[in-house]
Design a protein around this ligand. Structure first.
Ligand code: ADP
Ligand code: MG
Length: 429
C-alpha cells in the first residue's frame, strides 16, 4: 500500500492508487460563519444538508438533513436524468428552509458538493469524473466536469445556488472531523464502496512539480479501492469480479466494502449447496441470483443471539426459500464471519499502510503522538464485528505500544458538515 501510494504521488497513472489532489490545503478554522448547504452523492443514497455556522464560539448553530435512496434505474440512465433527480431533491429541500437559517441578502446559497467517485480535480470547485464505480454505469458523465453537470441541472430546475467546493466524501469527513479535533490525519469511508484520504506534505508529491501550497500540506484522496497489489483472492472474488460491470477494477473495494461482502457470501453458500453441504441434494434456485444476499443481511445474521438462530433461519428462508436446521444456520453464520473478518482485517491493514507511509516521511508525526483516523460509512457504522476485526488488525500490525497512539474513531456524517465547512472556507463572497 505504501509503495503504491508513493508511485501514485510520483506521476499521474503511476500506480493503481490515483492519489488525487483535493485542492484542500487548509483546514476549517472554526471561524466559519453563515448558511451553507452540502450535497452528498454516495453509492446508495444521496443526502442534502444545511448548516448555520456561528464562528468560534457558537460553532454549529443548527443543521437539518434529508436522505433519498437513489432509484436503481438512475444508476444505468443518462447523466441528465441522474443530475436532474439530484437537483430536484435539493430544490425541494431548499424550499423548506426557515427557522434558524439565514442567508444575507444579495448572496446565493453556496454548496459543498460531496461526490464519492474518482474525480480528477482541476480546482476546489471543479473536477472531471474519471469513471463510475460501485455499480453505477450512467452514460455521459465520465470525462465531464461534475460541477458543470450539477449546475446545468440546477438551472433546468430554476434553482439559484452555486457550488463553492467539490469534495470527495473522505475529504469531507477529514475536514469535518478536524473541525473538532486537530489530531485527525486520515479519514476512511467504508460504505457501499471504500476510500481513504490523508494529510500529505506537498514536498513529497513529485507530480505537483513544485507547486507548493502555502500551508505546505494538502489532502490526498488515495482512491485505495483500486488497490490490488498482492491481495490474496479466492475463486469467489475472481468470479464476482469477472461478472461485475467493472472487471479487473476496484479489487480492494470488492474484498472489503458493503456492496460486495454479501455477494461473496452468497457465492460461497451456492458452492456449498452445489456440493450438497447445505441442503442435501437440493440447490435452491434463488441462491443463484446475484446480490440477493446483502451485507446488512450478514450483519443481522451475526447479531442473532437466539438459541435456534431464528433470525438466521428467517433470512435464509427469504434468500433460498428453504427451511434450515440449526447446524446449517451455524455454518452460514461462520461463512459470514469469515468473509467479514477478512474484509475488516484487510481494511485495518490498509489503514496501517497509510500510517506507516506518513511516519516514514516524517518520523514521529504519527506514532510519536496521538493520531486520529476518522471513520464513516454505513458498513463501519452498522457492523460491530467488522469494526472489531478492523481494530484488532490495526493493533496486531502496529503492536500494542504503537497502537496506543492511534485512535480509530467514528465521525458520524462528518462528511456533510465537512463539505459545508469547505464551502464556507472557499466561499465566493
Ligand atoms: P454510500 O454513501 O456509499 O451510499 P453509506 O455510507 O450510506 O454508503 O453506506 C451504505 C452501505 O452500508 C450499504 O450499501 C451497505 O453495504 C452498508 N450497510 C448499511 N447498513 C448496514 C448494516 N446494518 N450492516 C452492514 N452493512 C450495512
Ligand atoms: Mg457516502
Amino acid at each position: 500500500m505504501a509503495a503504491d501510494m508513493r508511485a501514485g504521488l510520483a506521476v499521474d497513472g503511476g500506480s493503481d492508487l490515483k492519489m488525487i489532489l483535493s485542492y484542500v490545503d487548509t483546514f476549517p478554522t472554526g471561524n466559519e460563519k453563515g448558511l451553507f448547504y452540502a450535497l452528498d452523492l454516495g453509492g446508495t443514497n444521496f443526502r442534502v444538508l444545511r448548516v448555520q455556522l456561528g464562528g468560534k464560539d457558537e460553532r454549529v448553530i443548527a443543521t437539518e438533513f434529508e436522505q433519498v435512496t437513489i432509484p436503481q434505474e438512475l444508476m444505468f440512465g443518462t447523466s441528465e436524468e441522474l443530475f436532474d433527480f439530484i437537483a430536484c431533491g435539493l430544490a425541494n429541500f431548499a424550499k423548506k428552509e426557515g427557522g434558524k437559517f439565514h442567508l444575507p441578502s444579495g448572496r446565493k446559497r453556496e454548496i459543498g458538493f460531496t461526490f464519492s467517485f474518482p474525480v480528477k480535480q482541476t480546482s476546489i470547485d471543479s473536477g472531471i469524473l474519471m469513471k463510475w464505480t460501485k455499480g453505477f454505469a450512467v452514460s455521459g458523465t465520465a470525462g465531464r466536469d461534475v460541477v458543470a453537470c450539477l449546475n446545468e441541472a440546477m438551472e433546468r430546475q430554476g434553482l439559484d445556488m452555486q457550488v463553492s467546493a467539490l469534495v470527495n466524501d473522505t475529504v469531507g469527513t477529514l475536514a469535518g472531523a478536524r473541525y473538532w479535533d486537530d489530531d485527525v490525519m486520515v479519514a476512511v469511508i467504508l460504505g457501499t464502496g471504500t476510500n481513504a484520504c490523508y494529510v500529505e506534505r506537498t514536498d513529497v508529491i513529485p507530480k505537483l512539480q513544485g507547486q507548493m501550497s502555502s500551508s505546505g500540506r494538502t489532502i490526498i484522496s488515495t482512491e485505495w479501492g483500486a488497490f490490488s497489489n498482492g491481495l490474496p483472492l479466492t475463486e469467489f472474488d475472481r468470479d464476482m469480479d469477472a461478472a461485475s460491470i467493472n472487471p479487473g477494477e476496484q479489487i480492494f473495494e470488492k474484498t472489503i466494502s458493503g456492496m460486495y461482502l454479501g455477494e461473496i457470501v452468497r457465492r460461497v453458500l451456492l458452492k456449498m449447496a452445489e456440493a450438497g453441504a447445505l441442503f442435501g441434494k437440493y440447490v435452491p434456485e434463488k441462491l443463484s441470483t446475484p446480490f440477493i444476499l446483502r451485507t446488512p443481511d450478514l450483519c443481522a445474521m451475526q447479531q442473532d443471539n437466539s438459541d435456534h438462530l431464528d433470525a438466521v433461519g428467517a433470512i435464509l428462508y427469504d434468500v433460498t426459500g428453504v427451511k434450515s436446521d440449526l447446524s446449517v444456520r451455524k455454518m452460514v453464520v461462520e461463512v459470514c464471519d469469515t468473509i467479514v473478518k477478512r474484509g475488516g482485517r484487510l481494511a485495518g491493514a490498509g489503514i496501517v499502510g497509510i500510517l506507516q507511509k506518513m511516519e516514514e516521511d516524517s518520523k514521529g508525526l504519527i506514532f510519536g503522538k496521538r493520531t486520529v483516523v476518522a471513520m464513516d460509512g454505513g458498513l463501519y457504522e452498522n457492523y460491530p464485528q467488522y469494526r472489531r476485526y478492523l481494530k484488532e488488525a490495526v493493533t496486531e500490525l502496529l503492536g500494542l505500544e504503537m497502537s496506543k497512539n492511534v485512535v480509530i474513531e467514528h465521525s458520524k456524517d462528518g462528511s456533510g458538515i465537512g463539505a459545508a465547512l469547505l464551502a464556507a472556507s472557499n466561499s465566493k463572497y
